[in-house]
Design a protein. Sequence first.
Length: 420
Amino acid sequence: MTPPDKLPLRAWWGSLHGEGRDAIVYLVAFVFSLGMGMLSKEPAQWHWGFISAGTYAVAMTYSLLSGGTKRVPSHRTILAALVFLGAVVVPLGLEVQWRHVDGTQQFAQPEVWVIEQSGQHVVIDGGPYVAFFSHGVLHGRVTGEPQYQAFFPYFPLMSVFGLPRALSPGQSQLTDARVVMSMATIVVMGLGLWFSRISRAKKLLVAQALCILPTGALFLSTGGDDMPILALGFLSLVVLERRQPLLLGVVCGIAVSTKLTAWPLACAVLLMCAITLGRRAASVALAATTTIFLGISLPYFVRSPRAFLENVFAFPLGLAGVDSPAASPLPGHLITSAWPVMKHILPVIVVLVGSYLLLRYLRRSPITSVSQTLNIVAVVALVVIATASATRVGYLIYPINYAVWASVFRTSTDQLILDA
């Protein structure tokens, strides 16, 4: 088998200087954002597309004309910061302002209202889980809102991002859930980059994928609930790199107490902790993760088990009897739409077949590196996203970022980087 570093595409990419790589990724970003502006029917998305397209075009042109070497000159970092301003800060600020003036749900994704509404439920009702079906009637629905907006398909900690608006009498633009989630993402990512031992070039690549290119900029500006999860995922890898199992457990505990999509990477990181740091360290990390998760989630489950299960699990899986706005035309959604009975059968088939194939692969190729583990998680995430009955194309940012991190944490020998 050809080593990853010797593959033609990877070898070609590695031969490019920094500005050459920037020119390519900003070109792709420009095409994507312009396409989003022209084709999307969601106001928040097409506004972002047209606003950010010019920024990416200028960045592409500058990178193409500037030349350079394989080092990371400071002007690449400065350019990335300027692109962040033009592709995230400006469109986010405009859309938050338009939403504040317009007073409708046009200039944000539905999850923004769901998260802010959860903050209100926490303040008023003592918990974010109020929607559940009883005798065919959906309880907890707000009159005039779509049924799906009554559900809170997250773990309790996500409601923290909705608390500033619930606690702010004037409902300032700064309390918009997107602003709060964006700030949290930047802070967590910044901590990860600051303490990571990877090179400056790789740090810039992580920042580009997570916050600067459309893989992050689009979501920070329009929705953003997945961005803190990804930032926490990267921070967990950095903490593992620095051999701190207790802190690793804290980071993983926060992530898994926020959204279900954090679980695959958290499980993989804890497994890597056991392989690289030993059983004792893994036990400490797992204990911290479990303690935080149960301490945050168990009280809400005990209070209303039915509402908790319907919101956190049944609704995201498309089993709550309510059509989710996350239903994208991916294979899983198309199959379950054509044959509704497959909603219950397809997940079982995917789990059984996927588990068999994964175990077979691991028997032939035992885990020997962090990058290998991240690639496995990326493939698993891609399969789950493609086969889920209710999912979004936007969830592809998970396997994309995992693949980027796999390249970032790859060493020359591709062995576990923590053995050194």
